[in-house]
Write a protein that binds this ligand. Structure first.
Ligand SMILES: Nc1ncnc2c1ncn2[C@@H]1O[C@H](COP(=O)(O)OP(=O)(O)OP(=O)(O)O)[C@@H](O)[C@H]1O
Ligand SMILES: Nc1ncnc2c1ncn2[C@@H]1O[C@H](COP(=O)(O)OP(=O)(O)OP(=O)(O)O)[C@@H](O)[C@H]1O
Ligand SMILES: [Mg+2]
Ligand SMILES: [Mg+2]
Lengths: 227, 227
């Protein structure tokens, strides 16, 4: 499903080079649920952004669902991303002047669904994160954890083939973090491949496969365990 | 130091009233280190914003360091806040077009310190959170956890009498979360009164006093334990 080989990402700012990813190798099969952990600044968000076609690698190869990403133009990458990828961003990235209903609607509009189908999905997604009553409010009227839940609803509603979640429970209490994990496990059973960055050791332990990123490189812990 | 009695906070939006705080009573003595926990949407940020003079209560009384807050004008509240309160915001609230050095400098400029003293404090604060090398970068060039650390440095540099921290470790791995807790415990020993909202049960257990907020009301767990 996802195959990265020798991926490097270098950011250059006023003559300082930051090597965010170095010779990064990773394969994720269709249907897997992989958690990603690692220290702050180690490259987790950079990895997700490249995986989700939001950024391009400086070098190396990346194949998503059989498609060679490096051969694509910007607009082709954009189309592929809208069709196949769902995101839960570390900073939520909600649109401030849209209410919750419209915020959840944004990615659905790229999927060619009818207005009736979108409305049904939005209402179900908001209900599942406990925010149906706030559909007409805007993000600034919500608590930090509530905003995070809207970002989760937005990704769930899209039923994407491939879901990338960057710290989806960082602002939630333990009970709600577990509920969100259950929602994600549910859509994983329904066929969505999930890669989730988390700092929560409980959630990492709960996933079938965990990968650690340190200093821009992968350490796949599962290759050391007896299965 | 902090005394709230019968505090209510009601948000009114298109005819819906949200009671964020209800008959909220809380006293915090000078020099305490109190953690605050509770479900998402329960009122923790609202409580901190009123405590830190960023918002006003709908009703009830609030006394900070002997001063009756409700009697103050907006500008008097602002002056008091700049002199006495340090904030670590849930959303970091860094200024996007200022580099890290200038971001940490912002609250120091209200304190009447010389440029030499401010420079020394900024460099020390950034070094303590491991970001001295990035002083000339802007927030968008940093990871989520790095941005959170800049917000922490900004609050530490001010050496405020009263520090309000809203989820200061939500984007940090466990090792770094513990290091941040040590930094906070250090300034608490030096005299800063700290109120910290957290979802991390380990940090809540580590603090000398923990308060739970549920549905806009306080449950002070310590009053039930034998001390
Ligand atoms: N400007 C506003 N207008 C309307 N309702 C608001 C506003 N700000 C906050 N609220 C509501 O007040 C309640 C308390 O919000 P608050 O941000 O204090 O919660 P919290 O405990 O910090 O939650 P979290 O753990 O998710 O950060 C929530 O139901 C929230 O939606
Ligand atoms: N636009 C940019 N310009 C320069 N450096 C960058 C940029 N974006 C990220 N970096 C750097 O690349 C490294 C990896 O960042 P990344 O956001 O991937 O870390 P992360 O593992 O997600 O961290 P966290 O757990 O704190 O969110 C960091 O050192 C960061 O400062
Ligand atoms: Mg990140
Ligand atoms: Mg909050």
């Amino acid at each position: 499903m996802l195959k990265m080989k020798g991926v490097n990402k270098v950011y250059t700012t006023d003559m300082i080079e930051t090597h965010a990813l170095r010779e990064f190798d990773l394969s994720v099969e269709s249907g897997e649920f992989v958690t990603v952990t690692g220290p702050s600044g180690s490259g987790k968000t950079t990895f997700l952004n490249i995986a989700g076609l939001l950024e391009t690698a400086t070098s190396g190869s990346y194949e998503l669902d059989g498609v060679d990403i490096l051969g694509l133009s910007d607009s082709q990458r954009s189309v592929l991303r809208n069709q196949k990828v769902g995101f839960i961003f570390q900073g939520f990235n909600l649109i401030p002047d849209l209410n919750l209903f419209d915020n959840v609607d944004v990615p659905l509009r790229y999927r060619g669904l009818s207005a009736k189908e979108r409305k049904a999905r939005i209402e179900e997604a908001l209900a599942r994160v406990g925010l149906a009553a706030r559909a007409k409010h805007v993000p600034s009227q919500l608590s930090g954890g509530q905003q995070q839940r809207v970002a989760i609803a937005r990704a769930l509603a899209g039923k994407p083939k491939f879901l990338l979640a960057d710290e989806p429970t960082g602002n939630l209490d333990s009970l709600m973090a577990r509920q969100v994990m259950e929602l994600l496990e549910e859509i994983n059973t329904e066929g969505t491949t999930i890669v989730m960055v988390t700092h929560d050791p409980e959630l990492a332990a709960r996933s079938k496969r965990n990968i650690q990123i340190v200093d821009g490189q992968v350490c796949d812990m599962n290759s050391y365990s007896v299965s």
